[in-house]
Structure formats: C-alpha cells, structure tokens
Design a protein around this ligand. Structure first.
Ligand code: GLP
Length: 246
C-alpha cells in the first residue's frame, strides 16, 4: 500500500486557493494539459480562484483539454442544474480563450446513453491520460458518481444514485423529487489512469468518509479507498477532518 500525501490546509479558503494554484501551475507548465474536473459545492471556490488566477497571469487556455467526471441523466447542457451549466458559470465563462471543442462533459440528454458512455471513455483514452484529476468525495465515500459497491474495474457508464447522494444533492434542486436518479460517470478505473490526483474535502459531514478512505480497507464498499493504490495522490483537508483522520 502506498501512503497518500495528506495536508492540513486549515479551511476551505486556503485549501481552494492551493488546489487552484496547483491547477494553474500545471496549465502554465504544459499548455495542452488534460485536466480532470469535478463539480459539487467542494469545487466552487476552487474555480473562483482558478478563473481569477488564469486572468491575472494571462494564461493561454486555448489548448487545454478538460474532462468532467459526470453528468446527470436527463438534464440537457442548458439545464440550470446540469454540470454543464455549473462548469460554464463557475469557470469557462470567466476567461476568454477556452476552446469549447476541447471541453468535455458527458451528454446527460443523449438519445443513446449507453453509446454516449462508450464514446466518452474512448475519447478519454485517446486524449488522455489526464495530467491532474481533482476530486471531491461524497459522504458515503463516492468519487465521481461511483457509489458504494462500484467495481474497481468500472469505466464510464450509467449509474444509479443512492438515496444518500440524492438527498445530499437535493439542496441544488427545488424538490428532492427533481434530483435525477441516474447519472453518467467516469468509472473508478477511468479515474485511476490520471497521472496525478488531488482530492479535496472539508466540513464535518465528510470526515468519516475521509477517515475510511485514508485508514480503512481498500474495498468497493468505500469507492474512494481505491486511491490508496494510486502512486500520486494528494489529499487536501481542513483542520477538522485532518485531526479526525490522524
Ligand atoms: C457529487 C459529485 C461528486 C462530488 C461529490 C461531493 O455528487 N458527483 O463529483 O465530488 O458528490 O459533492 P459536494 O462537493 O457537493 O459535497
């Protein structure tokens, strides 16, 4: 087992600035960097900082390729709760120069979602490997939308969301009934192909999952535990989770 690098960056703001800076450095180093991007509340401030840093450093993003982890099934790219809109509003609309042909998210409204999954995985293989993949973590230890008992061999596919995830994500929707029950998600094997992974977590509701991920068994019942097998993972935590998991 490889020991993961874990750092305590005190709070959400410092952690977000750090993750954004790591992404910026990578983009400056390699103008055609392939980024693996995540959504959720965890990444909101990361993208705020990143879009500001891109602008003040005048970084040319024209050749950057991005792959998002997941998208809800049934939501079109202009649906206000889709991850497409999230990414545009939080990142891509803030900087001139993003080449929309090089920005990839699964199409949640594809007429043939199974085919969409195959196409997405194939493109990821052709364009990848991802240089840096950023990850949040679900309260049940999911990464992307790889819910507990997802296979470690899984690739991009249709997934059923658990009641815990539907509930956790319901505050983005008017009613819990409006939360889609399925998503397209990159698989655990797809995520593990990234050269470097940065997982970021803060807040007391994540501390059990992070503790299990770092110190528990490597088991499909806690999908994030697969990261113990990755040679280049950095885990960025706030003070509360860091203390709890140490
Ligand atoms: C969501 C997303 C994940 C995200 C995680 C945590 O459902 N599919 O990519 O990392 O769950 O979400 P949040 O950052 O809102 O806590």
């Amino acid at each position: 087992m490889i020991k993961m690098d874990v750092i305590n960056l005190k709070n959400r703001t410092v952690g977000s600035q750090y993750v954004a800076t790591e992404l910026l450095k990578q983009m400056k180093r390699k103008p055609d960097t392939v980024l693996g991007l995540a959504t959720g509340n965890t990444m909101i401030e990361v993208y705020e900082h990143l879009s500001e840093l891109i602008n003040i450093n005048q970084v040319d993003v024209a050749q950057i390729r991005t792959f998002n982890l997941d998208e809800y099934i049934g939501l079109s790219a202009d649906h206000h709760q889709s991850y497409h809109v999230y990414m545009n509003e939080r990142l891509f609309d803030h900087n001139k120069g993003w080449n929309k042909d090089q920005i990839h998210l699964p199409a949640g409204d594809a007429s043939d979602v199974e085919q969409e999954c195959l196409n997405y995985e194939q493109l990821l293989n052709e364009v990848g490997p991802v240089d840096i993949q950023i990850l949040g973590i679900g309260e049940n230890g999911h990464i992307g939308f790889n819910e507990p008992d997802s296979s470690f061999e899984s690739v991009t596919r249709v997934v059923d969301l658990t009641p815990s995830t539907i509930n956790a994500n319901s505050h983005y929707f008017d009613n819990v009934e409006d939360v889609p029950k399925q998503a397209i998600s990159m698989g655990l094997a797809s995520i593990m192909r990234a050269k470097k992974i940065i997982l970021f977590a803060f807040g007391s509701n994540k501390k059990e999952a992070v503790q299990q991920m770092l110190n528990g068994d490597i088991t499909e019942s806690l999908p994030a535990s697969i990261l113990q097998r990755h040679p280049n993972v950095e885990v960025v935590l706030d003070d509360e989770i860091y203390r709890f998991s140490n």
